[in-house]
Design a protein around this ligand. Structure first.
Ligand code: 13P
Ligand code: SF4
Length: 340
């Protein structure tokens, strides 16, 4: 059950699930206690991982929990850039991820070298990076942002200063639309999962469920369509909410709607349903599944705790520079990052 990092992910996961002991939950909790470890799970994780975690939440909320808890070891059930963020914010703790190959197609759309070259083309510009970036990219960034505070972060920059916004083109378009800022240059990155939730899917679902509310992650290809449908009167404005994954959970507790259409990765439905059991949460696209998030399996979580793997390391200089860009974001305003 130890697996090996050079196995193909799907095969590796299948073999491990076959070997999963029936008392894996008890073993995981006992090992966590023995090793002074806290288990964190992102909202897109498999339901059984979300259910055993000590805290679930959005990416930034979990990093902040990592920095605040007393545990000396963090087991981060999410994708690699999130575990790196936890390491950046709590450098002296041991951070483990159950499978270090769990990447992120959005974070991979820009490297530190590419960002340095882009900065050289726009001297004097301020770099704003979404938290879905590697530590090396954050270290080249002036201010980080999350999906829920990107507008405020860009608005904090003097109007006559150019902004380089990376890596997500849909979040960038959303911010540009709201701020009306013309001197904002947007990196053309995208997440393969969210880009696959398109306007046509959204229009069909909205027409089929005319009374439903809409929760849309701003990384979605359909974020623009959602706003267009609002403008065209197809969906009333008060029923359309552009939200981070943490913001969706808060909105779920408050909604009066009986059905909510959810435009993001389908793992989100599990926490939403727990937050509001009487509401019917429906994914806009059932195929919107992040294969990287699903690489974290119960068997790999057990292995991680038992064998202390895979340890996440970040060079101290990179971590220090990256932390400054995250702290500048926090200084602008408390991002509505949530974890419980
Ligand atoms: P949140 O920061 O809203 O949790 O989103 C992270 C992510 O990867 C979205 O795809
Ligand atoms: Fe990255 Fe997209 Fe997966 Fe989120 S859903 S972790 S942005 S690949």
């Amino acid at each position: 059950m130890t697996g090996s990092t050079d196995h193909a992910p799907a095969h590796d996961a299948e073999v491990e699930v076959d070997l999963l002991p029936s008392d894996w939950r008890e073993q995981v909790l006992a090992l966590a206690e023995e090793k002074d470890a806290v288990i964190l799970a992102h909202n897109y994780q498999l339901p059984e991982i979300q259910d055993i975690a000590h805290h679930t939440g959005d990416s930034l909320g979990l990093s902040r929990v990592a920095a605040e808890v007393d545990a000396s070891t963090i087991v981060f059930c999410g994708v690699h850039f999130m575990a790196e963020s936890a390491k950046i914010l709590s450098y002296d703790k041991t951070v483990l991820i159950p499978d270090e190959r769990a990447g992120c197609s959005l974070a991979e759309t820009i490297t530190a070298d590419q960002l340095r070259a882009w900065k050289a083309e726009h001297p004097g510009a301020v770099v704003v990076s979404y938290v879905n970036t590697t530590a090396a990219v954050k270290a080249e960034t002036d201010i980080c942002c999350t999906s829920s505070n990107a507008v405020e972060v860009v608005q904090s920059i003097p109007a006559d200063t150019d902004v380089l916004f990376c890596p997500d083109q849909f979040l960038g378009a959303h911010v540009q639309r709201i701020t009306g800022r013309e001197n904002m240059h947007i990196w053309m990155g995208e997440c393969h999962v969210h880009a696959g939730i398109n306007g046509a899917d959204l229009k069909d679902r909205v027409e089929a469920e005319p009374d439903a509310e809409l929760f849309v992650h701003p990384e979605c290809g359909c974020a623009t369509s959602a706003l267009y449908l609002v403008g065209a009167g197809v969906v009333p404005e008060e029923r359309t909410k552009i939200l981070s994954t943490g913001g969706m959970i808060t909105a779920a507790r408050e909604t009066k709607a009986s059905t909510v259409l959810v435009a993001t990765e389908t793992g989100m439905i599990h926490q939403l349903q727990k937050a509001a059991p009487d509401v019917n949460f429906e994914p806009v696209n059932r195929a919107a599944v992040c294969k990287y998030m699903k690489m974290i399996t119960p068997a790999k979580l057990l292995r991680s705790l038992r064998d202390d793997r895979d340890e996440v390391t970040v060079d101290r200089d990179i971590a220090d520079a990256a932390r400054r860009s995250v702290e500048r974001m926090i200084a602008i305003g408390t991002p509505s990052a949530t974890a419980e």
